[in-house]
Design a protein around this ligand. Structure first.
Ligand SMILES: *Cc1c(COP(=O)(O)O)cnc(C)c1O
Length: 411
């Protein structure tokens, strides 16, 4: 089959050049393809505009510097921030590490308690464990059966020595949207630093540093149709008392000393263009289009097979996310039987080392059977109705085959 490009696409040339024609990509929480406009914006910065933006003594440096600052402004506009509040990093993992380790260490003399949630990405969970080894206490707030944190639980977990709360805006497995506005307000009231990993939310739902009272926010380009290996940490500079994060990377003092190292200029330019394209796509109704594809996929699956159970709240989730357990099947086996043509992810694949299955699905209190039969679907910018129908049809057939000859497709 051929890929018909969606309304956000720049034209026929895009699909014609794709090596993956014939395959259907439904794993947009793992990563997204680079938007062709993003790639076009980046290319000159590998070749003729290759200057190092740190030096300002010649035109090469100056044009690279201008490009970086333009990208910074575009990204800031997308999240309602000031450009000078953004620090470019190698990705969201580095941003999360800088936020957690930096904040906790800089405020250790005030208190050694950190609050986060059981749903967080490993890039937040692991630095939390490191902080515990360094003598911090970390409370991981539980979620309800729908996969949503209750702000009241966060409030109850706060102590006089709490210095930091970190809560993700949207989960990368079940897509649930967390009450970051309420939790941010709670932290603001008590003078506690509030960090949110907004990687999955940015570009998919409206994001606002002010509406969420966020002091720190982690972002990643490759989850929003930008390149891999570039991210950013928003650091609210106007905060009183000010945040003084110790850098994780020391050297030439780039990014106001918070992140030394020669800037990844093509990556940053791509990140800026991805932000511009994303703002445009959001304004153009991309979220509604993607949500309707998601709903179509679920309806189609349910029309063809029994025992499709949605994991996590269906309403309060990212428009392109679906996480379903399919009764009586092993997700791993099912995905293997689908072959290379459809890219989906299983609950087990999202797991941390140890093979216990997804810590997120576990946190919902789901049974082993339900965790191991879970499939994550991530729909994105270039998916079409044709692809959605085809993927649901093939998945349903694979389920019927896996359930054995006694089961039949519904008619
Ligand atoms: C992908 C992801 C990260 C890590 O981002 P990288 O830029 O790949 O390091 C962090 N948090 C969440 C929620 C993610 O989905």
């Amino acid at each position: 089959m051929t890929i018909v490009t969606g309304p956000g696409s720049p034209g026929k040339g895009f699909s014609a050049n794709l090596k993956h024609v014939g395959r259907i990509y439904l794993d947009h929480h793992a990563t997204t393809p680079v938007d062709p406009a993003v790639l076009a914006a980046m290319l000159p910065y590998f070749t003729e505009r290759f200057g190092n933006p740190s030096g300002r003594s010649h035109a090469f440096a100056a044009e690279a510097h201008r490009a970086v600052e333009e990208a910074r402004a575009r990204l800031a506009a997308l999240i309602g921030a000031q450009p000078e509040d953004l620090v470019f990093t190698s990705g969201a993992t580095e941003a999360d590490n800088l936020a957690l380790r930096g904040t906790a260490r800089s405020l250790a003399s005030r208190g050694k308690h950190v609050v986060t949630s059981v749903l967080e990405h490993p890039a937040v969970l692991e630095p939390g464990r490191t902080l515990e080894r360094e003598g911090f206490a970390v409370t991981r707030v539980e979620v309800d059966a729908e996969g949503i944190v209750d702000p009241e639980d966060v409030r109850k977990s706060l102590r006089p020595d709490t210095v930091l709360v970190s809560l993700m805006a949207a989960n990368n497995e079940i897509g649930t949207l967390q009450p970051v506005g309420e939790v941010g307000a709670l932290c603001r009231e008590r003078g506690i630093v509030f960090h949110t990993d907004a990687v999955q939310a940015v570009g998919r739902v409206p994001v606002s540093t002010d509406a969420w009272s966020a002091d720190l926010m982690s972002l990643s380009a490759h989850k929003m149709y930008g390149p891999k290996g570039i991210g950013a940490l928003y650091v609210r500079r106007g905060r009183r008392p000010p945040l003084r994060l110790p850098p994780q990377m020391e050297g030439g003092g780039q990014e106001r000393g918070l992140r030394s190292g020669t800037l990844n200029v093509p990556g940053i330019v791509g990140f800026g263009e991805a932000a511009r394209r994303t703002a445009e796509a959001l304004a153009g109704g991309e979220a509604d289009r993607i949500r309707s594809l998601r709903d179509r996929f679920l309806a189609s699956l349910r029309a063809q097979i029994d025992g499709v159970l949605v994991n996590g709240a269906l309403e309060r989730r990212l428009p392109g996310n679906l996480n379903v357990s399919i009764d009586g099947i092993s997700a791993e086996t099912l995905l293997l039987s689908l072959g290379d043509d459809i890219a989906l992810s299983s609950g087990a694949a999202c797991a941390e080392a140890g093979g216990k299955g997804s810590h997120v699905l576990r946190a919902l209190g789901l049974s082993d059977a339900r965790v191991y039969s879970a499939i994550r679907v991530g729909i994105g910018r270039y998916n079409t109705e044709g692809e959605i129908d085809e993927a649901a049809r093939r998945l349903a057939h694979a389920v019927v085959a896996a359930r054995g000859s006694s089961a039949h497709l519904r008619t």
